[in-house]
Write a new protein. Structure first.
Length: 275
């Protein structure tokens, strides 16, 4: 059995199928980890969502910011589609209710204690341990799976609060957790989130650093697999130093879709969407 982690699909179903063929994936034998953002921007969000749901228990996916955006658009009066969204096929699908209900019940964070590897869409704040990240993700998961899920989905948009405090409560607390786990790229050395910059670390503004480069990071003991950051390219030495594996290699932007075999670190990729 092998476990393959795959970067952001974003509606690129054909790329996903080609990558599954490339790794000779066998659902009866192997397991998939998906970094979230299953939908949006790509050509077949509906087909991708159906395909991943159809994989059943052999696939583990975490929610990404585009997945949450879809839920907010579909299930609240606050969410609005944006320029470049490719969500209409899901919103009008005959199995829309079943697909959205399945998506709403997916986790924001996953940790495998045997492999000692964590899966998250964007990252983990430097002050959180892995167990704390799991606990705080669970707070959001409970809210999303409950009868009042529209309340939290209506409030996901916004960049504040941008600092963690155990004293945070209610919607501000849940929004920080969501932003950290699904949107974070850069922060300051004292943990303040910067949710505006999307470029590579070499182009970051003064005082900003990748979340995984904060000195004394409390979660540095576990390897972390994540997506979200298509402009991030780390060398193998940097991945080893920080114990992170960024897997969003920009398939939806015409670059590549990448899989990492977690047991031995082997990588596989296929070309992304033609642009």
């Amino acid at each position: 059995m092998s476990t393959y982690a795959i970067g952001d699909l974003q509606g690129c179903l054909d790329c996903f199928e080609r990558l599954l063929a490339r790794i000779e994936f066998d659902a009866a034998r192997d397991r998939l980890w998906l970094t979230g953002d299953l939908v949006n921007r790509g050509p077949d969000s509906l087909g991708t969502l159906r395909r991943v749901r159809g994989l059943g228990e052999c696939a583990t996916t975490v929610l990404g910011n585009h997945d949450l955006h879809l839920l907010a658009v579909a299930l609240t009066s606050e969410g609005r589609t944006r320029k470049g969204d490719t969500l209409d096929d899901i919103l009008t699908a005959p199995d829309r209710v079943e697909l959205l209900d399945w998506l709403r019940h997916q986790p924001l964070f996953h940790h495998d204690p045997v492999l000692n590897i964590s899966l998250v869409h964007a990252g983990i704040p430097a002050t959180w341990t892995v167990s704390e990240a799991a606990s705080r993700a669970s707070e959001v998961e409970i809210a999303l799976r409950g009868p009042s899920h529209s309340e939290i989905l209506s409030a996901i948009y916004g960049n504040t609060p941008d600092r963690w405090s155990p004293e945070l409560a209610g919607i501000p607390r849940l929004r920080f957790i969501i932003n950290a786990l699904t949107r974070m790229r850069f922060c300051t050395d004292d943990g303040q989130l910067d949710l505006k910059h999307k470029e590579s670390p070499a182009q970051a503004g003064p005082g900003l650093m990748p979340w995984f480069a904060v000195p004394g990071r409390a979660n540095a003991g576990a390897r972390i697999v994540f997506g979200h950051w298509s402009t991030l390219r780390l060398s193998s030495e940097e991945e080893t130093r920080y114990r992170v594996h960024p897997l969003d290699t920009g398939a939806v932007w015409g670059d590549r879709l990448t899989a990492l075999r977690l047991e031995d670190g082997a990588r596989f990729s296929v070309p992304g969407v033609s642009r």
